[in-house]
Design a protein around this ligand. Sequence first.
Ligand SMILES: Cc1ncc(COP(=O)(O)O)c(C=O)c1O
Length: 393
Amino acid sequence: MSYHPETEAIRLQTTRTNEKEHSTPLFLTSSFVYETAEEMADAFSDNGPGVNIYSRFSNPGVDEFIAKMVALEKAENGIATGTGMAAVFATFMTFLKSGDHLISASAIFGSTHTLLTKYLPKWGIHHSYFDAANPGNLEKLVQPNTKMIFLETPSNPGLDIIDLEWVGRICNEKNILLVVDNCFATPAVQQPIPLGAHLVLHSATKFIDGQGRVLGGVVVGSKELIHELYLFVRNTGPSLSPFNAWVLSKSLETLHIRMDKHAQNAFTLAKKLENHTDINFVRYPFLKSHPQYDIAIKQMSNGGGIVTFDLKGGIEAGRKFLNALKMISLTNNLGDTRTIASHPASTTHSKLNEEERQSVGITPGLIRISVGLEYFDDIWADIEQALQASASK
Ligand SMILES: Cc1ncc(COP(=O)(O)O)c(C=O)c1O
């Protein structure tokens, strides 16, 4: 019997052992044993019984985490990796070869951009970027050797929203693989596979853990595609650790309830910031002023947990704002119970020149807030006093 995805995220569990545990146990073991030499030989045969052999290949706790993600994303199968970047890299390496072309949104996570620009060309794989805020020319970028379209929606940190059904249609017409990094939304808010994506991947390090503890990644899709990925991960080794899988699987039990509260706090914050005198603009997918608001409400069940805003005082005001915060954490991560602030122009994107930053929507005064689960008035009090401090001469 199968349940709603929210229930599967709570109830899917490894087979109960003789100890009769209620909560899922931790299978902290590198390898698995056999009763006989014949059983061991069978385990390694091509059409074997699918038993656990070695935790680089599979582990009951890792499989539990994958099964929950598959249910949540409405996919057929999945594979887990040690980090989100391992999920991105394994996907590129499995489905692209020398001579292939890839189209990607330009507003993507920094390390993904590094993979595309620094590493893939070494193996003869080239890319074209499209503007996520203005994707109209996407079809014109398709070449006879285009094998994959890669995108994030909402994007980091610009919060651009791309119409997944529209890109899905283009990919299906042209026989191109659509890969979506669903890290910012999570499957509690948006499921790209029913909208046309072939593979969905995550940095599980973010909202999926949700408490800033462990690194992890996951890719889900059809049985055939995931089998290819499984062979790549099994043989090259970026596997998820059983301990991290145990943490992540327990976290999924509260994913929906956390994402509802993240979004409630984030939407309240975005609305309060919209009328603030020291701010040029506020970005949040469910604000009517968001340029792709109509797409956001079509494909997301709420606006997610990230808000960005642009300080009128530019880069100096951005630094002052961060320095004035008393409760909110200054850290690189996002998707934590604790609210986090970052100033991309002076930190994560400081290596880009002004023009490059502008092209991905990073203005000098842009602040990104990953809105946590604290009592809203406390989040607002900290932001309000830091806004005052950053506006002062
Ligand atoms: C959208 C997105 N994708 C991928 C990653 C990479 O994930 P990880 O840090 O788990 O390797 C991140 C990390 O911040 C991210 O924000």
